[in-house]
Design a protein around this ligand. Structure first.
Ligand code: WTA
Length: 648
């Protein structure tokens, strides 16, 4: 497919940073952004060295970057420890007794850890790891609910140089088994259970199933969270709280090479088994530190809440490592956004006076369908900045977020990045870059992205193409664990020497990036390549639509016919007339070629546990086929059953 992706959705609204916000911001004008950006591209080593020096190094680096595509080494010769930077570094001054972590459990418990307390708990648990013969370089699976102990386990691994691999608590026993086998993990840290929508997820039971038969795992450490009954395998399983009785609170952070692996995080591609994305110590820490500082423009007094689960990369970089490296107060919530009622998020924001909220478009669209009355019940005036990540945010969802949640006064940072990139790559800086709803705007410092055609040439403004990155950045993945050949093929072979993101995008005349999503999500309707996200955005811009998913189905005439699945807002009636109205609406927004051949109403859409719509399943349903593909990442199976037997 040599043809370019066409982009039809035009968005003309522009929001300039408010003067009051800009005045206090670290980067307070567009000129300042441009100047620093230019330096970061022309003199990257100078830029990154200056930033990295703000962190604690046990041994200074000799060379900022060694680059032999596709292998990068950052801060070569330097030694440091991530947990020392996230904890010890803050203990000498007034941050010592500042809240590092605020946590709320789904049933309602509240816990607050100061930096001093979190440091002590991490040191003690690091001693538990040592006591259980876990050492530097060992791979440790963390399969936990979104509780402080998940963060403590990660930081404790980092403290002794063990490599953690967090597996999202919603994944199945099979998924855990596959990941253990792939990385040769010798230990698992888990909990008896975790709470999700009022029920207990049997985490330990899943671990038991994953370990049945032959396994490399010798030790399982179990945190008591839900109090549900579990099996304890003598000689293999130990309780977290019991182990603590045997250890002290002194544990020096180990000095680690800058390129020492920090973690492996598995991410699924559209084909093949999950890839173990490898991140290392120095570059990743510098990247998460710097992006959190500038993108969220953190202030000492902020209460910062990133709603991601620690099981995702966003939970790694922006719940734990980035905020803690900055000495921020980071909030963690265990459960579902609509438990016990759809106002749980707004309740939390009011309760803790959250000032920065970083969440996903899928959540925002769900809130829209649940209705504004849930938002209106709460005082959200503590908020000063909003963020979005995970998928393209539809302009109408952006506007709702801006008006209803941000009260029209909070800048929105729509941040584009990936598990592979480790940290935010394309994003507005809230005091400097004017935003356009639906655009991630401009590259972060040191990031050199471009939109190119099949031959690798940059395409003109407003022409769609593939998104690549032309030079290395500190937090880039260092490989796919155990499979460097796949690493090269997947990311570096399409455009030799340059990183291929797998995403489609266009730049407008101002150089702003508009990400249209994964290349695999592109449809070809009568010779036009359309990004599914544009069609979905057009639908979501209709007053009655909350969420939409567009997929292709085989069509003899057009190559692909367009089927859209639509979830209506609370109160809207699914009628044949509305279907017609929606077809016409898309036609008007994008053009006649994008008019859906079929509109199907759905109560809910099938999503992965990280909130991405599973278009692959919808495609099978749209084509009238039975769903055959892998559904292990599906959030809610009942959705699928309802879709397969449509209403009417
Ligand atoms: C998509 C999540 C548009 C994109 C951090 C990317 C986005 C994939 C955005 C990575 C955004 C993420 N606008 N698309 N702001 N953020 N994406 O690895 O397709 O779970 O390649 O990392 O999500 O997903 P991942």
């Amino acid at each position: 497919m040599e043809q370019n992706i066409e982009s039809h959705l035009k968005e003309n609204r522009l929001f300039k940073p408010a003067r009051a916000f800009a005045k206090k911001a670290r980067i307070g004008s567009f000129e300042e952004y441009r100047k620093l950006y230019r330096e970061s591209i022309e003199k990257p080593e100078r830029f990154w060295a200056r930033e990295a020096k703000e962190l604690a190094w046990q041994l200074p680096w000799k060379k900022v970057l060694e680059w032999k595509a596709p292998d990068a080494k950052w801060f070569v010769g330097g030694k440091l420890n991530v947990s020392e930077n996230c904890l010890d570094r803050h203990l000498d001054g007034p941050r010592r007794n500042k809240a590092a972590l605020i946590w709320e459990g789904e049933p309602g418990e509240k816990r607050i850890f100061t930096y001093q307390q979190l440091h002590r708990d991490v040191c003690r648990f690091a001693n538990v790891l040592k006591r259980n013969k876990i050492k530097k370089g060992d791979r440790v699976i963390i399969y936990m609910p979104n509780v402080p102990e998940a963060a403590i386990a990660m930081l404790a691994c980092a403290r002794i140089g063990a490599i953690h691999s967090v597996v999202f608590g919603g994944f199945s026993a099979e998924s855990i088994r596959g990941r253990i086998a792939d990385c040769g993990a010798t230990a698992v840290i888990t909990a008896d259970g975790g709470y999700r929508r009022g029920t207990i997820v049997p985490l330990k039971q899943n671990v038991d199933a994953a370990l049945a038969g032959k396994t490399t795992v010798k030790r399982v450490i179990v945190f008591r969270r839900a109090g549900n009954e579990i099996h304890i395998e003598e000689g293999r399983d130990v309780w977290w709280h019991r182990e603590l009785e045997y250890v002290g609170a002194k544990c020096d952070p180990v000095a680690l090479e800058s390129e020492h692996p920090l973690y492996i995080l598995y991410t699924s591609g559209s084909t093949g088994k999950p890839k173990g994305i490898l991140h290392t110590t120095g570059g990743y820490l510098v990247g998460s530190y710097v992006t959190t500082k500038y993108v969220f423009d953190l202030r000492e007094e902020d209460v910062y809440w990133c709603t991601a689960d620690v099981g995702w990369v966003t939970g790694h970089s922006y719940v734990i490592y980035g905020p803690l490296a900055n000495g921020a107060t980071t909030l963690m919530y265990e459960g579902a956004p609509n438990w016990p009622e759809p106002d749980r998020f707004w309740r939390i924001i009011e309760e803790y006076a959250v000032s920065i909220l970083y969440t996903a478009p899928t959540a925002i669209r769900a809130f829209i369908t649940w209705g504004d009355q849930w938002v209106k019940k709460h005082d959200l005036s503590s908020l000063r900045l909003l963020g979005s990540v995970g998928e393209p945010i539809n302009p109408e969802a952006w506007m709702w977020y801006h008006d209803k949640i941000g009260g029209g006064r909070c800048p929105i940072v729509d941040t584009w990045w990936q598990t592979e990139t480790g940290v935010i790559m394309i994003t507005p800086l809230p005091g400097a870059i004017p935003t356009k709803p639906g655009s991630a705007t401009l590259p972060f410092f040191g990031v050199d992205p471009a939109v190119v055609d099949a031959k690798g040439n940059e395409v003109p403004p407003n022409v769609g193409g593939k998104l690549i990155v032309r030079r290395p950045w500190p937090s880039m993945l260092r490989g796919i664990y155990g499979d460097q050949a796949r690493y090269r093929k997947q990311y570096w072979s399409e455009y030799p020497g340059r990183y291929f993101t797998g995403d489609g995008a266009r730049r407008d005349k101002d150089g702003y990036f508009w990400i249209v999503g994964r290349i695999d999500d592109v449809l070809n309707v009568a010779g036009h390549r359309l990004g599914t996200s544009e069609i979905e955005s057009a639908l979501v811009s209709h007053a009655k639509v909350g969420e939409a998913a567009a997929v292709g189905r085989p069509d003899e005439l057009k190559g692909q016919g367009l089927v859209v699945f639509v979830t209506l807002k609370a109160g809207a009636k699914p009628t044949p007339r509305l279907k017609e109205e929606l077809r016409a609406h898309v036609g008007k927004q994008i053009g006649a070629i994008a008019k859906p051949d079929e509109v199907r109403f759905a109560e809910a859409l099938p999503k992965t546990r990280s909130g991405k719509i599973m278009r692959r399943l919808l495609k099978e349903i749209a084509a009238g086929k039975a769903v055959t593909g892998d559904t292990t990442t599906l959030e809610d199976f009942s959705v699928l059953a309802k879709l397969a037997s449509p209403e009417e």
